[in-house]
Ligand binder design. Structure first.
Ligand SMILES: [Zn+2]
Length: 64
């Protein structure tokens, strides 16, 4: 069930994920630049408690 429309969320966009720390739905995407300049990974940051979740840190961003 993967629909790719060429739209990729960027840092600052609201994310549909809940904060794993305080369960707040007020999270936004945060973009992490990797070693490959054409590749970036997305994590989330919580607006309420500022908890950050980095990609590849046990948080499965692929799971919908
Ligand atoms: Zn939070």
């Amino acid at each position: 069930m993967t629909s790719s429309k060429g739209l990729s969320p960027i840092g600052g966009d609201p994310s549909p994920y809940e904060c794993p720390n305080c369960a707040s739905p007020n999270t936004v995407y945060e973009e992490y630049i990797t070693n490959d300049p054409e590749d970036s990974e997305l994590g989330i940051i919580c607006d309420d408690c500022e908890h950050q979740v980095e990609p590849g840190n046990g948080f499965d961003m692929e799971d919908e």
